[in-house]
Design a protein around this ligand. Structure first.
Ligand SMILES: [Zn+2]
Length: 85
């Protein structure tokens, strides 16, 4: 097999990032680039052509991603329990 760019494998979606979340819970297919995945938390495209799933995992370990994740989580909590008087 010739080795070129690393393509995306669906099984990556079941891998866990360092926060214990599956990659599939926050990233989805980037329809414009088969070598990239779209992070729905950061709302940006992540290239995974060099080190594959590892690039997605290290992106999820970034401060910005964690902040965005926390923010989304906080918002959903507020929606669930209503706002304090
Ligand atoms: Zn992200």
């Amino acid at each position: 097999m010739p080795s070129g760019k690393t393509k995306f494998y669906p099984s990556w979606m079941e891998k866990l990032d360092n926060s214990g979340k599956t990659l599939g819970s926050w990233c989805k297919r980037d329809t414009s680039n088969e070598f990239a995945r779209y992070c729905t938390v950061c709302m940006k495209s992540i290239s995974c052509c060099n080190s594959g799933a590892y690039q997605l995992i290290s992106q999820a370990d970034g401060q910005k991603h964690k902040e965005n994740m926390k923010y989304m989580h906080d918002n959903s909590q507020k929606r669930l329990f209503g706002s304090a008087p």
